[in-house]
Design a protein around this ligand. Structure first.
Ligand code: HEM
Length: 164
C-alpha cells in the first residue's frame, strides 16, 4: 500500500471510484442542493483533526519558497491562527455574515501589492494545498464536498485577487 493510500485509509478516505451506499447517495443529493451548508459542516469536521493546519502549512512551504518567505517573521502559532481564521472567514462570508465580509476586505488590503504583496498566483497554491490536504484528512470526503470547498474558497481568493 502506498503511503498516500495509507494516510487516506487512516482518515477514512473513500476513493472516488468506490460505489456509494444508498445512505451516502442521499447525503450527496442533499449536499448538491446546499453547497454552503456542506462547506460549514465539513469545515467543522476538518477542525476535529489537530494535524490539519500544520499539514497545510508544511505543504505550502514545500510548494513555494515565496510563500515560505512571506511567513519568515510569523511564528508557528500565528501561522496556524491565520489559516484557521481564513477558513472561518470563508465560512462566515458564505453564510452572509457582514462582519466576515468586512474582515475579508480588510485582509485583502493587508495582503495587497502595497503591503504583504501576496501575488495572485500564490492564492492558487494556497487554495490547491488546502483542497489536497483536506482530501487526506477528511473522513467525510466526497467529490461534492470537495467541489463546494473549492467553490467557496475560490470566491474568497477571487475577492483577494481583485483587490491586489
Ligand atoms: C498564499 C496566500 C497567502 C499568504 C502568503 C499569506 C500571508 C500572510 C502573512 C505573512 C500574514 C501575516 C502574519 C503576521 O502578521 O505575522 C497573514 C495574516 C493573515 N492572513 Fe494571510 N496569506 C495568504 C492567504 C490568505 C487568505 C486567502 C486569507 C483569507 C481571508 C488570509 C487571511 C489572513 C488573516 C485573517 C491573517 C491574520 C491577520 C491578523 O489578524 O494579523 N490569508 N497572511
Amino acid at each position: 500500500m502506498s503511503s498516500q493510500s495509507q494516510t487516506a485509509s487512516l482518515w477514512g478516505y473513500r476513493p472516488a471510484s468506490a460505489p456509494l451506499t444508498q445512505q451516502q447517495t442521499s447525503q450527496v443529493e442533499n449536499e448538491r442542493a446546499n453547497p454552503e451548508r456542506t462547506f460549514l459542516a465539513e469545515r467543522r469536521s476538518l477542525l476535529g483533526f489537530g494535524g490539519f493546519y500544520p499539514s497545510v502549512l508544511r505543504s505550502l512551504f514545500v510548494s513555494s519558497d515565496e510563500i515560505k518567505n512571506k511567513f519568515r517573521f510569523t511564528d508557528f502559532d500565528k501561522q496556524n491562527a491565520m489559516l484557521s481564521r481564513s477558513l472561518e472567514l470563508a465560512a462566515g462570508a458564505t453564510s452572509g455574515d457582514p462582519e466576515s465580509l468586512r474582515e475579508i476586505s480588510a485582509r485583502a488590503e493587508t495582503h495587497d501589492r502595497y503591503h504583504l504583496n501576496v501575488e495572485p498566483r500564490l492564492y492558487d497554491i494556497w487554495l490547491e494545498t488546502i483542497i489536497e490536504t483536506a482530501r487526506d484528512y477528511d473522513a467525510n470526503w466526497s467529490e461534492v464536498v470537495e467541489a463546494s470547498r473549492r467553490s467557496i474558497l475560490g470566491h474568497v481568493v477571487q475577492h483577494m485577487v481583485r483587490k491586489y
